[in-house]
Design a protein around this ligand. Structure first.
Ligand code: NAP
Length: 438
């Protein structure tokens, strides 16, 4: 399906609809549409295979992973339907001089700018809490996933939401600034690259509107000498190769202590060689094509440049159109593209270190700060040093992953603000303080 962009005038009409609906329902914002959100979850699960095929067809994700993405989207709907009232209930205070209420009131129309790599999940984790908080939502989705974008709007309508609650804004990215500047738009949430994030946050800053940015990452996956090797390898494989490595929270740099390095490398290489690359619609496929040929070309350039600078390719490294072989590079150093930049594909960079201090330094020496994994059998000891990591999350003996129950987001160039959990639903509300003198 070729993307049919709408004009800026048509987009403004959609903003008008979103604004009028917001105003109409403003007085009853604390009656949250939980049943309709549960209905959204039901539709997602009922038509799971249909939606999974749309995802795989548009961006190449193996269909078993697309199914998992739909299930996770449904889970987040039910999680917020169950918990939104508690997360947003009034807080009451009383002193000798006054009674006070802290109330979470919706902002109005909120813009989401979303990426293609998890074309359903990213949208649901933004839109569901934002709507339950009483806002209306317009989403400019990535240009290479138009069917996913339209399917999501259709789901909200099928679930019984009034037109205007959730609208797909099929716009070119050059028009996004005009949408942010529109007086009806009260805030914007972007998940995407640093470049897009910087542009969106600059426009929002110029017109003094709030923004939440979920950007890229170059997560380290640290393996200490005392780690359980089999468990670590299994998690390391998942951390790097899910979604063919096209994930912000994927482990991109494996920092492995010298005492376990050789054993880790041997097993990791064996497992990587066994990955099956192929048709995303074949249920046995582990690695599909990258979402676009230019993305595979970018990865190829990062690898070639790093090899010129001294890194060694010990597995893979070949590209065929949008397919990039699962690959392993060793001897990478700070300054090389595969170390400093985000690598968005099936490439594992494995680096040896001596002691914990060196691991911390290597882990922190990129501009990103989304998350880090630390594998060790002595969590108690490592926990004492977790504050040394400049990250939005630290996962012990687990790959970094998002969970509706926990806040998710980054620091440094990985962005700001949080999604999911109580923190996520409070991003697009006015925390109002109401004081009644005694
Ligand atoms: P992208 O190129 O930044 O695109 C993301 C969205 O922003 C798309 O809708 C895109 O529209 C739009 N966009 C691009 N340039 C823009 C601009 N100058 N102004 C306004 N909007 C603009 O990113 P992507 O390639 O789709 O996604 C991959 C990136 O997202 C990676 O860096 C990944 O790490 C990051 N990501 C982060 C998270 C997280 O939670 N932290 C999650 C997933 C992905 P068009 O498609 O029309 O260009």
């Amino acid at each position: 399906m070729t993307n049919q962009y709408i004009s800026i005038e048509e987009a403004f009409q959609k903003l008008e609809l979103a604004q009028q609906l917001f105003l109409k329902n403003k007085n009853k914002f604390q009656i949250r549409p939980k049943d309709k959100i549960r209905k959204v979850a039901e539709i997602l699960l009922k038509k799971e295979d249909e939606f999974a095929k749309i995802i795989s067809g548009e961006m190449g994700k193996p269909v078993k992973e697309s199914n998992a993405e739909i299930e996770k989207s449904a889970l987040s709907c039910n999680f917020y339907a169950d918990n939104c009232d508690e997360f947003l209930k009034d807080r009451n205070y009383s002193t000798e001089n006054y009674d006070a209420i802290v109330r979470y009131e919706p902002y109005g129309v909120i813009l989401g700018v979303m990426p293609w790599n998890f074309p359903f999940w990213q949208v649901f984790r933004f839109a569901v809490p934002t709507i339950l908080a009483g806002n209306t939502v317009v989403v400019k989705h990535a240009s290479n996933v138009p069917k996913s974008a339209q399917a999501i709007e259709d789901i909200f309508l099928e679930a019984g939401f009034e037109p205007g609650t959730y609208q797909n804004l099929s716009l070119e990215s050059k028009n996004v600034a005009q949408i942010i500047e529109h007086p009806y738009i009260k805030a914007v949430s972007l998940t995407g690259s640093e470049k897009a994030g910087s542009s969106v946050a600059s426009t929002a800053g110029k017109v003094i509107k709030k923004s939440v940015l979920e950007l890229g990452g170059s997560n380290a996956f640290i393996v200490l000498n005392d780690a359980d090797l089999d468990d670590t390898i299994e998690k390391a494989m998942n951390a790097r190769f899910r979604n063919a490595g096209q994930s912000c929270i994927a482990a991109k740099r494996f920092l492995v202590q010298d005492g376990i390095y050789d054993r880790f490398l041997e097993k990791f290489k064996q497992k990587t060689e066994a990955l099956k690359m192929g048709d995303p619609f074949d249920p046995s496929t582990d690695i599909g094509p990258l979402a676009r040929v230019d993305l595979a070309e970018d990865l190829e350039k990062q690898v070639n440049k790093s090899v010129e600078m001294g890194a060694k390719l010990i597995l893979g490294g070949k590209r065929d159109g949008a397919y990039y072989q699962p690959s392993i590079l060793v001897d990478a150093k700070p300054g090389m593209p595969v170390f400093n930049e985000e690598t968005f594909g099936p490439l594992a960079v494995i680096i040896k270190f001596k002691d914990f201090e060196e691991a911390v330094e290597l882990s922190n020496s990129t501009s990103f700060g989304l998350g880090v994994s630390i594998c060790t059998s002595n969590v108690e000891e490592a926990l004492k040093k977790e504050h040394l990591f400049e990250e939005g999350s630290v996962f012990f003996n687990q790959l970094v992953r998002s969970d509706p129950k926990l806040p998710f987001g980054g620091v440094k160039h990985s962005g700001f603000g949080r999604e999911l959990s109580e923190d996520g639903i409070r991003e697009f509300v006015n925390t109002k303080t109401i004081v009644i003198a005694k």
